[in-house]
Design a binder for this molecule. Structure first.
Ligand code: FAD
Length: 387
């Protein structure tokens, strides 16, 4: 790590320790709600600290951080439960290279400034892992497209003011191909259907969202008809790496908290860490964290070095797969070490135990990551993926 890397890591760590971690229990017991004033304060702090839009180019007003530095910040975000760290927002990584001038001015630059926020509407009832099975449609009508579909699990719809809508083109030479659109949340026909309860208690909710004859200007199409999946895969690669980083942060916090408790908690006249059964759970946890962290850091550095895109794709899957499964094992052990306390919602291990579960599901399940890795292994060989 360079001095600049360490400084950014420390800046993010202080923000988490001083501002966000102290609010976790209140957020949990309040069902994921925090006052608007406090949320506003976090939003402005994230901007003032230069962490908001850390992934965007400096010339567009973003932080211009290297991928490795973004991983260092995301690890810190991962140390905090209840999604409180999500006040550090990363606009879509792929967007600046593909959007039109008008789209840049209308959506991306205001997002980089912290004035607007997006969410993603891709998954549907019958199309999850198999993104190509989506049934949402986009039909060209003069200077407009008419969008229809029903989307599931739209994370952060509540705090967003525009949506990336993924649909299949109806009619014309590109019929059946994927396309992505900017859709302002207040466009007539965009209708939140319900906000189901999920396992975690996050500040951000996940909405089921209907698009009913939503008319948007043709200028809202991103790139060309048929480009939609390309943007989704780019988003997946980025998010998989950041999930790996957040899982490393979660594991670090869990290990620190469980170790402190095990040193302090006395049963049968001695601290429970003096029992090999407890000590070995901690030893396994920190060993696996180190392995996951090395993978995550190396992948980030590979991306900064411009490694081949296919290799990046496979390594993002490997890092996400290993780090998310590692964090789940660590969280389970931490609950066990805390005993009955580990089952209480006011306990950090209990919250992480619920929260890291989704990291094995979203942005591609563990099974899908294994499919991707196996496919790339067959095509490129072990040395290319792991050398
Ligand atoms: C909290 C949360 C937030 C989310 N946020 C968003 C969001 O903001 N926007 C969005 O568009 N989506 C979002 N998602 C959707 C998420 O990406 C999907 O849930 C995920 O991709 C899995 O799809 P699915 O749930 O339909 O499961 P399915 O695809 O139905 O899979 C069910 C099971 O079958 C397995 N399976 C499927 N195919 C294969 C295969 N070929 N080989 C082996 N096993 C297989 C899966 O691994 C899984 O175990 C979110 C999901 C959650 C839970």
């Amino acid at each position: 790590m360079s001095d600049a890397d360490r400084e950014i890591q420390e800046r993010a760590r202080r923000f988490m320790d001083e501002e966000l971690i102290p609010l976790e229990v209140e957020t949990e017991l309040g069902g994921g709600r925090l006052s608007e004033d406090v949320r506003e304060k976090h939003h402005h702090l994230a901007i003032d600290l230069g962490l908001w839009a850390m992934n965007m180019p400096k010339e567009l007003g973003g932080g211009g951080l290297s991928m490795f530095q973004q991983v260092l910040v995301s690890e810190q975000i991962g140390r905090v439960t209840n999604g409180l760290g999500w006040c550090i927002h990363t606009p879509p990584e792929w967007a600046p290279d593909v959007v039109s001038r008008e789209q840049l001015e209308r959506w991306i630059l205001p997002t980089i400034r912290g004035e607007r926020q997006e969410c993603y509407a891709i998954t549907e009832e019958l199309a999850g892992s198999d993104v190509d099975a989506i049934q949402a449609t986009a039909g060209r009508n003069g200077d407009e497209y008419v969008l229809n579909g029903r989307k599931w699990h739209v994370t952060s719809f509540g705090s967003a003011d525009y949506v990336f809508f993924q649909g299949k083109i109806e009619g014309g030479p590109n019929a059946g191909s994927h396309a992505m659109f900017f859709v302002d949340k207040d466009t007539p026909g965009v209708r939140p259907v319900r906000e189901p309860a999920y396992t975690h208690t996050l500040i951000d909710t996940h909405t089921e969202l209907a698009f009913e004859d939503v008319r948007v200007p043709a200028a809202n199409l991103i790139g060309s008809e048929g480009d939609g999946l390309k943007f989704v895969y780019s988003w997946f690669r980025y998010e998989r790496l950041m999930i790996a980083a957040r899982c490393c942060g979660a594991a670090e916090r869990l290990i620190d908290e469980a170790t402190a408790f095990a040193k302090d908690r006395v049963q049968f006249g001695r601290p429970i860490i003096e029992n090999q059964a407890i000590a070995h759970m901690l030893a396994d946890s920190v060993t696996e964290l180190w392995a996951a962290r090395l993978m995550t850091y190396e992948l980030a550095k590979n991306i900064d070095r411009g490694v081949d895109l296919k290799v990046q794709h496979a390594q993002s899957s490997m890092a996400k797969l290993y780090a998310s499964e590692m964090a789940n094992r660590v969280a389970d052990r931490a609950v066990q070490i805390f005993g009955g306390r580990g089952y209480m919602r006011e306990n950090v291990a209990e919250r992480f135990w619920r929260e890291v579960r989704v990291d094995r599901i979203w942005e591609g399940t563990s099974e899908i990551q294994r499919n991707i890795v196996a496919d790339q292994l067959a095509k490129r060989g072990a040395r290319m993926l792991s050398g």
